[in-house]
Design a protein around this ligand. Structure first.
Ligand code: IPM
Ligand code: MN
Length: 360
């Protein structure tokens, strides 16, 4: 692997900067231990900059971002900016322009973490969602006419090309093979109603699976049924693949089963380009600057980034430290109820990532 990593850091809005600071601290500690040199370059995109200058994501910056090994993102979203502007202008634009066509979201319950699933523990909740990240209902295809009148009509189309579906499915099959658990890939769709789009997904799924991945078991769930099974029998799932909108929805469901937004992280991945890692939660404006927000999701995003960049050992050290902290230190993952401050959680994870967790 590369021993020099150039990372762009976008702390963003609200609590984004404070959690990103902890993620960077942990990153530096783990990289230091493994002889990886890190160079970090910070960008101030977000609500504040937008309000100051009207600028969201300048084209020149987008070009610069293409030259990094990866991007670490805090959170985008500001209470004084109309919903949609920052999300579309920054987050979605980055995903689309950098062609990060996979959104990889592990749903893993760590030791000691409270889950709303009765009688389920870490041995039951451990699967990964591969969410297609550039198409579907997010394509922006549609329009509105006669807006504001009684005849108003609005259309927003679920658009998928065979190309988009195929590259996502191939990634999911490969990922499932590499993960090497029960080697089961579950397609989540809605073939009984969305008979064009999810029929395309289903045919491509079986064709590719049969031709190139005979070692991977293929399974299918309608998205509504998946929501039930993910609550009742999460242990059934290994790797799950789905379109953009369903992936967005089921990963929030998944996130709460692993303890919520304090811990859930994801990667926006372009396997041939620059990928971007982020905590799934938002900017949590009401906690900004209070040093009470949980930084573990941002830390887990940094861990996924290292894993993606081939620094598996450094990533494993971080995960071991996170698991020790959830299992033996934190009272809760909720902001203000951890029993520690944001900084202290970052310090503990950084220390245990380097020294190894204490024997307790
Ligand atoms: C997510 C978020 C985004 C999405 C929003 C903020 C645009 O919900 O990353 O899941 O819908 O993808
Ligand atoms: Mn979402």
């Amino acid at each position: 692997m590369k021993k020099d990593l150039r990372i762009a850091v976008i702390p963003g809005d609200g609590t984004g900067p404070e959690v990103t600071r902890q993620a960077v601290k942990v990153l530096q500690a783990a990289c230091g231990k493994h002889g990886i040199r890190l160079s970090l370059q910070e960008y101030d995109f977000g609500g504040e900059r937008y309000q100051r200058s009207g600028e969201l994501l300048p084209d020149s910056a987008l070009e610069e971002l293409r030259s990094f090994d990866a991007i670490l993102l805090g959170a985008i979203g500001h209470p004084d900016v109309k919903p949609g502007i920052l999300e579309k202008g920054i987050l979605l634009r980055l995903r689309f322009e950098l062609d990060q066509y996979i959104n990889l979201r592990p749903v893993k319950l760590y030791p000691g973490v409270w889950t709303p699933l009765k009688e389920k523990g870490p041995e039951h909740v451990d699967y990964v969602v591969v969410r297609e990240n550039t198409g579907g209902l997010y394509s922006g295809v549609g329009g509105v006419s006669m807006r504001g009148t009684a005849q108003e009509m609005a259309i927003q189309s679920m658009v998928y090309s065979r190309f988009q579906v195929e590259r996502c499915l191939r990634y999911a099959f490969e990922y499932c093979r590499r993960r090497n658990r029960s080697k089961t890939l579950t397609l989540v769709g809605k073939t009984n109603v969305l008979t064009f789009v999810y029929d395309l997904w289903e045919r491509a799924f079986h064709e590719i699976g049969e031709a190139a991945y005979p070692d991977i078991k293929r399974d299918y769930c309608h998205v509504d049924a998946f929501c039930m099974w993910a609550v009742k029998n999460p242990e059934w799932f290994d790797v799950v693949v789905t379109g953009n909108m369903f992936g967005d929805i089921i990963t929030d469901l998944g996130a709460i089963t692993q303890g919520g937004m304090g811990i859930a992280a994801g990667g926006n991945i372009n396997p041939e380009g620059v990928s971007m890692f982020e905590p799934i939660g938002g900017s949590a404006p009401k906690y900004t600057g209070k040093n009470v927000i949980n930084p573990l999701a941002a830390i887990c995003a940094a861990m996924m980034m290292l894993e993606h960049l081939g620094a598996g050992k450094a990533a494993a050290d971080i995960e071991g430290a996170v698991m020790f902290v959830t299992g033996h230190r934190l009272k809760s993952l909720a902001a203000g109820r951890m029993g520690y401050s944001t900084d202290e959680v970052g310090d503990m994870v950084a220390r245990f990532a380097v020294e190894g967790p204490p024997r307790e």
